[in-house]
Structures are given as C-alpha cells and as structure tokens.
Ligand binder design. Structure first.
Ligand code: S3P
Length: 165
C-alpha cells in the first residue's frame, strides 16, 4: 500500500470522478475539491456558460492555473474535468486514478440533463472521437486504473483502499 498526499481522479465525462472523489475524501479524511466547480465558482458561471462566453481555450487556461495552484495543496481528493488530463503538471499534483469505462456505457450513464451541462457532449459523434483520442493519454497519466463499468461506489472505494492510504 502506498501512502500519498493528494489523490486525483481522471477520466472521460460521466465516469463518476466527482462521486468517487467526494466519497473517498470522506473515507480517507481528505478535503474534497473539484476543478470544474472551482472554476465555476471563480467566474460565477457554469462550465457551459464559460465555454459560450469566453471559449474553450480560455477554460483550458483556467484549468492550467487551477493545476498550478493545486500542486501546492496537501491532503485533497480531487475530481477533475475530463480534459484536465492535458495540464502540464498533473503528476505534480498527486496520485492519479483513471476511472475507465467504455464510451457507450458512459453515454448511457449520463442523463440528457447531465449531457446538456457538457458542451463537448452535445454532439455524440464528436464526443466519441474525443473519447478515443484521449484514451491513451488517460492510461499514460494513470498511477492506477479502476474499471468502473457496473461497479458500485463501495467496491471502488474498497479497491482504492487496498492500494493507497
Ligand atoms: C470536459 C469535461 C467536463 C468539463 C468541460 C470539458 C472535457 O467535466 O470540464 O465540459 O473536456 O472532457 P466532466 O468530465 O466532469 O464532465
């Protein structure tokens, strides 16, 4: 078992990063943070509104700023946005857990309402291409991969606790 300070969850939209990060924070005594929520709070706008008003490029720069800040933190359980994997210092933040699931599973898992909150999920075929384009990157950045299809929260937490403290 490895002792780590920060743990962060990466993976495609809908894989359950926020749910697991929040639950694991409570379970392990860490502080829960969510990169999307931090950016939304700062601008007092939703991710969709930020994309519409300022564009994706702007959002990505804010993600990088958030990453730079997060490298100075200790004891957090961090949910990231699906594209946060592209920040340049991901490995400096902490132990990276990739929540893996197939595209069709994720697509079914997200309700229409949840999809509508995600500008990059509005066009399903584009989202599918993005999924395939990112797969290798998620795997490369992961310190641990958890298969999440049809796994409940409890079993994922149990799996995590076997690996990290
Ligand atoms: C994005 C994923 C979203 C959010 C934004 C962009 C992406 O987060 O950061 O809409 O590029 O995959 P979730 O993965 O939490 O949906």
């Amino acid at each position: 078992m490895e002792k780590v300070e920060n743990i962060l969850f990466i993976g495609f939209m809908g894989c359950g990063k926020s749910t697991l990060a929040r639950a694991f924070a409570r379970e392990s005594g860490r502080v829960f943070m969510d990169s999307d929520a931090l950016i939304e709070m700062q601008f007092h706008l939703s991710v969709s509104e930020i994309f519409a008003k300022f564009g994706e490029e702007f959002f990505r720069k804010e993600e990088q700023k958030m990453a730079d800040f997060l490298t100075h933190t200790k004891g957090i359980s961090l949910a990231t946005g699906g594209g946060f994997v592209n920040v340049k210092n991901l490995d400096k933040i902490g132990f990276c857990v990739y929540l893996r699931a197939g595209f069709d599973f994720l697509k079914e898992r997200l309700s229409e309402k949840e999809k509508a909150k995600r500008p990059l999920f509005l066009d399903e075929e584009k989202a599918r291409r993005l999924y395939h384009a990112r797969l290798a990157l998620y795997e490369e950045k992961a310190d641990l991969i958890l298969e999440t299809e049809n796994q409940n929260l409890e079993s994922l937490i149990k799996e995590l606790k076997k690996r990290i403290k």
